[in-house]
Design a protein around this ligand. Sequence first.
Ligand code: GLA
Length: 380
Amino acid sequence: MSIQEKAIQEFREFFGGEPDELVRAPGRVNLIGEHTDYNGGFVLPMAINRSMVMAIRYRGDQKVKLMSADFHQTASFDLDDFSYQKPHWVEYIKGVAHNLKQRNLPLKGWEGVMMGDVPRGSGLSSSAALELAAAKAFSEVSNFPWDPVDMAVVGQEAENNWVGVNCGIMDQMISACGQEGHAYLLDCRSLEGKHVPLPEGVKVVILDTGTRRGLVDSAYNERRQQCEEAAAFFGVELLRDVEPETFFAKADALSELTRKRARHVITEDQRTLEAAEVMAAGNAERLGILMNESHDSLRDDFEVSNDALNEIVMLSRSEPGCLGARMTGAGFGGCAVALVRSESVEAFTKNVMAKYQRETVSEPAVYVTEATQGACRLEK
Ligand code: GLA
């Protein structure tokens, strides 16, 4: 049974009767362009076939009532009067409601069941999927027009201002704007994007190391700060505006640490732009090489990888048919992504999992994924 069918079934059992609408927002995997979004740079993620689904029904009042089928928990709040309570999944939905209200959008109450299959904390953006699904639910019920870019910003604001996580815009943008069969080259400053078709004959394989990032917020914020310091040195607001030639001409005057951080971001932007180009030209081999270079730069210069990620990446690269592999997402644990020739995928997943051995918080896993559409309404 698909998660949408399960969500409908849970709705019937919990609320009784039928839901009016079904909405979905996907998680994502980033192919390349890591830790560039908050530097105003470029990213190349795709929306995946794992998502958050909500089966919802209109209410005639201002209440939002939710049942999380994943947590077996319920929560509710009143749109007329709500505030942040404590760390809890409902705060993501309240945060979205809060930011929609700030845009003077007339919100109406609803009740629904939510259910997701994006593994949490693994770097596949389960929270962006939740935020965009909630925004889509509000837009269906309250009947305001769906503007994917603005809704991505609403999701990011919810996470930044309400939940208190200082993320960039990539995850919400791809969950809102993804297109089937395509990755999305996004300029994180202008928020302009271009859908780029995935090359023929290869699959995108996600490898979950089963390790989870601890203390990630502080390390993530520290990296952001180091990037800001580097930008200030070059007299610009965002590292995106430092050309590689300028960087290499002046880099010696930077402290070693700041130089490494900036070198990652500046070279990663170049790799990401090239990756989109070679992808559009169907050159999967070159895309794989760029992914490898991205990982090495994240490991050595940006220092956000961990032993488990390095191991799974190296194991992946040594398998026949693997064109490239890298860590993906914020780092310090979670998932890697590999580009694998379609005919080698079966042997690849079997061999990597058999060779990868580590004490992990949760089970290592492999997901052979497809690029899917961004947040949308589903037919019931
Ligand atoms: C997390 C953040 C994103 C981005 C990545 C690193 O996923 O939510 O905004 O910064 O890390 O590329």
